[in-house]
Design a protein around this ligand. Structure first.
Ligand code: 8YV
Length: 316
């Protein structure tokens, strides 16, 4: 009998994935190894695949430690943590899990807009701590419907956000590297600063890369302004976090609703003291249904690769 392909597993998966993965492959649990260097020294040469949740770590040093690596499978649509140049040079294939998570991510982005704009977290505290009974009416919040929304990056997720916002009678604009034929009823504004100036709500739905790093910087943030809200469901690296924190603290930006952070889960403590933020623990794709679909797609890509079949969702 042929030996199971050996896989380096960079992070944990739900039980419904762990079981079939362990069945089909010999999994090496890198994230649990106390001595990661020793693990790589002993199994590195046997590793034919890396399974990652998109953690920083699928970098060139790790890839170099696996000289017989054939494929990196990402559990997530974002593959910014994978060193694509090294993969390209070495002929290593890369897969991700697009499409299956698109609508969940859009749902959470829109939910964050509504929650933050209507002050729902504070409103619940108002009920639970007795303020409603003692102090009376909850302070008035801001309207959402009919306002101007900007979408920075009209890919799959941005498109689904736009679709949902149309239901709120919002005026929609978007920015991307080019105007999109499928952007019906939306205004194309190439310059992100102009987009922000034209928006009450700015959604960041860009795939992250070196080119998009800090695309939302001080200029975009100031253009969005003291009444504006920034919503990020993409990657932290798309935003200059120091500029964002400065603007939120000074009131130059109205508010922010964020699902992703530099250095997450250890976020900058300045976020924790801000009254004008909604902070979420990177769970935009975090539903049972979508995570099951993501796990299945990750496994099917690996299975296809080792069967010599076409990859289902190749990046490289
Ligand atoms: C994570 C994500 O992969 O799809 C992405 O790019 O960031 C998420 O889906 C997921 O949280 C698993 O860690």
């Amino acid at each position: 009998t042929e030996e199971k392909p050996e896989i380096l597993q960079l992070g944990p998966y739900p039980p419904w994935d762990e079981e079939p993965l362990n069945q089909a492959f010999k999994m090496h649990r890198y994230f649990e190894a106390e001595d990661k260097t020793a693990l790589l020294q002993s199994v590195g040469a046997h590793i034919r695949a890396i399974a990652t949740r998109g953690e920083l770590g699928a970098n060139s040093a790790l890839i170099d430690a696996c000289p017989n690596l054939e494929i990196i499978s990402v559990y997530g649509v974002g593959y910014d943590a994978v060193d694509l140049n090294t993969c390209r040079e070495r002929g290593i294939r890369v897969t991700n899990t697009p499409d299956v998570l698109t609508k969940d991510v859009a749902d959470l982005g829109v939910a964050m807009m509504l929650c933050q704009s209507r002050g729902m977290i504070g409103a619940e505290t108002w009920v639970k701590d007795g303020s409603w009974a003692q102090k009376g009416l909850y302070p008035l919040k801001r309207q959402v419907w009919g306002k101007r929304a900007g979408i920075l990056g009209l890919g799959r997720i941005g498109f689904e956000v736009a679709k949902r916002l149309k239901g709120f009678d919002m005026q929609l604009s978007y920015s991307d590297t080019s105007a999109k034929p499928y952007a019906e009823g939306m205004t194309y504004i190439a310059d992100p600063v102009e987009l922000a100036r034209t928006s009450d709500f700015l959604f960041v739905t860009l795939a992250a890369s070196i080119e998009t790093r800090h695309i939302v910087g001080r200029e975009v943030i100031d253009a969005l302004g003291a009444k504006g809200m920034l919503i990020n469901i993409s990657r932290a690296s798309n935003i200059d976090e120091d500029a964002l924190l400065d603007a939120l603290e000074a009131g130059r930006l109205g508010s922010a609703a964020l699902d992703v952070f530099e250095g997450e889960p250890n976020l900058n403590p300045r976020f924790l003291d801000l009254p004008n933020v909604l902070l979420q623990p990177h769970h935009a794709s975090g539903t049972v249904e979508t995570r099951q679909a993501m796990g299945k797609l990750l496994r099917n890509n690996l299975t296809a690769h080792f069967a010599g079949a076409d990859l289902l969702t190749p990046v490289l």
